[in-house]
Design a protein around this ligand. Structure first.
Ligand SMILES: NC(=O)c1ccc[n+]([C@@H]2O[C@H](COP(=O)([O-])OP(=O)(O)OC[C@H]3O[C@@H](n4cnc5c(N)ncnc54)[C@H](OP(=O)(O)O)[C@@H]3O)[C@@H](O)[C@H]2O)c1
Length: 354
């Protein structure tokens, strides 16, 4: 491991990349920024007077060159199913810690398999430093700490419901793969929105539907609870649409349809604005139960999800700068504990009494 303090942010001119960059600068860091678009990368570097590099994910030598003297890279270029593998390969070669903001379970599953290689290279692979999965992973571990013999974990989140371009594109990318849960320790394909729940959030009944969120991978790794379902708040109309998509999965497999939807997203989708990011909240819940039917539930209230993603990613980066990291594949709670999320201003955690 080199002794540099250099932080590289790849995909820095994206919606979330920029939020992370701005949070890092606010805290006094001077990251090197990188991306594949010369104009956008150059303009952003000029705005903040930062060092920068322009290369595509396929330019392995360029990537290694930038990472040679770097302590860590924060990969903000998603869908991560296309970028994580190439960047991690360069991280292993250059002994650079890897962070990203993925929420894709397939990506977590693949990165977990790089654990041994990462241990040998003495680097940490910590995907999911954003809203998915820092608060949910911490909450799952917290719930587990109250019930060591838990066999089932159900968890959900709800926020303002506004997505960025990248999140919407990543969802389109995964529309044809349906839903996913973990059953008896094994990933199991289910339909989109196959399971639904009604939960009271701040006294108001809200509908939740199951989604293939990253925690079906990370919460299993963090807690060892073998049965996991993750939900998101979803109005009934959207739930019906997802159920329709189950019948039309073959259509979404066609690259033409995906390209059409992504073009639509590029033109029409913008992430939450600054006021929304600063004022709105996200709510998370996690329930665990054991084979005797004992039950425990805890909730979290956090800042808005994109704002939180920037805060938690920079929080983790700061810890690495302080030498606080573990080699190999990690989740936020395996390396920093379930109280990591409590370090973020404005986060409230509560136990739900029955
Ligand atoms: N887990 C979480 O809580 C969380 C939170 C926020 C975002 N995300 C995820 O993070 C990703 C980015 O979101 P965003 O809102 O920032 O999206 P965005 O505004 O579209 O930005 C994406 C960035 O990644 C770059 N990029 C994408 N694919 C690339 C590739 N194959 N090679 C090189 N660069 C590539 C883009 O460059 P170009 O413009 O040149 O394509 C852009 O700089 C999405 O997958 C989203 O789901 C997750």
């Amino acid at each position: 491991m080199n002794s540099s303090h250099k932080i590289v942010i790849y995909g820095a001119y994206g919606y979330t990349g920029k939020l992370i960059l701005e949070e890092a600068i606010r805290k006094g860091y001077r990251p090197t920024i990188a991306g594949r678009n010369p104009k956008k990368t150059g303009e952003l570097a000029k705005k903040y007077d930062l060092e920068y590099a322009v290369f595509s994910i396929e330019q392995h030598q360029e990537l290694k060159k930038v990472l040679t003297d770097a302590l860590m890279i924060i990969n903000c270029a998603g869908p991560f199913v296309y970028t994580a593998e190439k960047i991690i390969s360069a991280c292993l070669a250059t002994q650079t810690h890897y962070l990203d903001i993925t929420g894709e379970w397939q990506v977590f599953e693949w990165i977990r398999k790089q654990d041994e290689a990462a241990r040998k290279a003495n680097i940490m692979l910590l995907p999911g430093t954003g809203f998915d999965v820092v608060p949910s992973d911490c909450l799952a571990s917290y719930a587990k700490s109250h019930m060591e013999d838990a066999t089932h974990l159900e968890m959900g989140f709800i926020g303002v419901g506004q997505m960025s371009r990248g999140t919407a594109s990543t969802m389109v990318e995964n529309l044809d793969s349906g839903g996913m849960i973990r059953q008896d320790g094994i990933l199991k394909e289910v339909e989109n929105a196959q399971y639904s729940r009604v939960k009271y959030i701040q006294g108001k009944a809200r509908n939740f539907a199951s989604i293939p969120w990253g925690d079906i991978s990370t919460a299993w790794f963090s807690t060892g609870i073998p049965n996991i379902v993750v939900y998101t708040g979803m109005p009934p109309r959207r739930m019906s649409m997802l159920k329709l998509i189950n019948k039309l999965k073959w259509l979404f497999r066609k690259s033409l349809i995906k390209s059409f939807l992504k073009r639509y997203i590029d033109k029409n989708v913008e992430g939450p604005d600054q006021l929304t990011r600063k004022t709105e909240k996200s709510h998370l819940w996690a329930e665990v139960r054991n084979k005797d039917g004992k039950f425990f539930e805890a909730n979290l209230i956090t800042p808005e999800s994109y704002y939180l993603s920037a805060i938690t990613t920079v929080l983790v980066a700061e810890k690495i700068l302080l030498g606080q990291w573990k080699a190999g594949f990690q989740t936020p709670s395996t390396v920093y504990g379930s109280d990591l999320i409590m370090e973020v201003e404005g986060v409230e955690r509560s136990i739900v009494s029955n």
